[in-house]
Design a protein around this ligand. Structure first.
Ligand code: PGA
Length: 268
């Protein structure tokens, strides 16, 4: 089963408009040198106020997809209304986004997001024609207590509840062990692959084997140019969600470049 890799940059709460613009220029210049068949799907997620400084780059094969896509870092599940500080799927779509990151551990931890909220967001994103990047992952305490697999399986079952098999197949999951995020200490690639295989088996249980074979599951947590090749050599790791190393064009482009060898389809 060949799944097109995704390299996604999560810029988090960084970069004002002029900084976002120059980072985007560095990435888009690099991506523009290659055909979509050579590239992984590249996704960047700026802060909302900098989305107007970046744009998606259409695929060059004549399809309707993109070789570089823009993502929101969060959304609300309601279409509009009295939700101060929130943003809807339609608004992200209107601004040019085609992906939305949801359930990031920072949102779960600092903004009390629950699995139920993440499930509502995933449904709203898919109903709006966008693709959710659903994050999951265990804390160091959970890993040490030996509950990693059961914890993550629970997060995935709840996130996917009531979502059709077709919609699950086009979604993206990012496995991000919390202890590996921003620490410089990446999860061992073999172990990340084991957890991702386990996630794929939970997806099969929720939505069938065909969806489990199609869904792209990324690894995230201190991914760097020096770690990506080993991570991408594993059977079930379909790409990476990258924080720190996505904030410099050089390191992000190097990660894209090292992923290119294994990319062989267009954007679709
Ligand atoms: P990091 O962040 O690459 O800086 O560890 C990853 C993430 O939080 O998505």
């Amino acid at each position: 089963m060949s799944r097109k890799p995704i390299i996604a940059g999560n810029w988090k709460m960084n970069l004002c408009q002029n900084e976002a613009k120059s980072l985007f220029e560095g990435i888009s210049a690099f991506v523009s040198n290659y055909k979509a068949t050579e590239l992984p799907t590249v996704v960047i997620a700026p802060v909302f106020t900098s989305i107007n400084q970046v744009h998606s780059i259409p695929c060059d094969c004549g399809c309707n997809g993109y070789k570089l896509s823009v993502a929101g870092q969060n959304c609300h599940w309601e279409a509009s209304g009295a939700y101060t500080g929130e943003i809807s799927v339609e608004m992200l779509k209107d601004a040019g986004c085609s992906y939305v990151i949801i359930g990031h551990s920072e949102r779960r931890q600092y903004f009390s997001e629950t699995d139920e909220m993440i499930n509502k967001k995933a449904k709203a994103i898919l109903a709006g024609g966008l693709i959710p990047i659903i994050c999951c992952g265990e804390s160091l305490e959970q890993r040490e207590a030996g509950v990693t697999d059961s914890w993550i399986a629970g997060q995935i079952r709840k996130a996917l509840e009531g979502i059709s098999s077709d919609d699950v197949a086009k979604s993206v999951i990012a496995y991000e062990p919390i202890w590996a995020i921003g620490t410089g200490k990446s999860c061992d690639a073999e172990e990340a692959n084991r957890v991702i295989k386990m996630i794929r088996s939970v997806v099969a249980e929720c939505a069938g084997q065909a969806s489990a074979d199609s869904i792209r599951i990324l690894y995230g947590g201190s991914v760097k140019p020096s770690t990506i090749e080993e991570q991408m050599s594993k059977s079930d790791i379909d790409g990476a969600l990258i924080g720190g190393a996505s904030l410099k064009a050089d390191s992000f482009n190097e990660i894209i470049e090292k992923t290119m060898k294994i990319s062989s389809s267009c954007c679709c």
